[in-house]
Design a protein around this ligand. Sequence first.
Ligand code: DGL
Length: 274
Amino acid sequence: MGTTSIGIFDSGYGGLTILNKIRTLLPQYDYIYLGDNARTPYGARSYEIVYQYTLQCVKALFQMNCRLIILACNTASAKALRTIQQRDLPKIDSTLRVLGVIRPTVEAVGQITVNKHVGLLATSGTVQSESYPAEIYKLFPDIIISSEACPMWVPMIENNEFDNEGADYFIKKNVKNLLLKDSKIDTIILGCTHYPLILKKIEKVAGKGVHVFSQGEVVTQSLADYLKRHPEIEEKCTKGGSCLYLSTESSEKFRSSASIFLNENIDAQHLEIS
Ligand code: DGL
């Protein structure tokens, strides 16, 4: 019998920060991680392209027998999730599920902020989509949210150039810009799954009074809750504890860069997407 894995998708390596947490809390399931590294970053791409690329990857994961997929990418969650859920899934198979990372993040942050002044650091695409302000407004209309796009951060991280002075310059610039937009911010959302790698640097610039929030744990918790609330989906997920890593880039390139995110050596396979 084949495995029915939970699919975890990101434009690149960032989703590995989410996968890490998910596998720690829910080690029993089988997973397939797919990074669209050949076409990353998605951050500055149009709606149409992000949607098209994300849908191709989601379909590839469905073909590998995933029945539940997490878009562990804010840009894809912001620009493609709703259309995939509303337009594509009913046509492909209405029993399949695709979930994103924005909603659980907003639910958590609404409970964390004390003074209701929240900041968002994310890709240009996520900021332009206004998905975070829209979601915040729905759930917590009294929260004031300010956003700052950080277009240099994903390329810096994907290329392993985040631990040097050049990176420090951009981190400082964007975090300071955000705090200039609203000096009362007490909670900053890291609205990109790549950013936990530079969490410490962001915290240092933001200062002691600001809670810098990364999504890994809440996304994991919300997946756990989802599986509890949907036994019909949970029982279809096979429990062999495996993880298959796929990349649209070469497997060698993925393997060497992924180790920065995972602190372990992994065996990745190349996947051709069309
Ligand atoms: N990890 C993606 C996110 O959470 C990065 C987007 C990109 O490829 O620019 O938004």
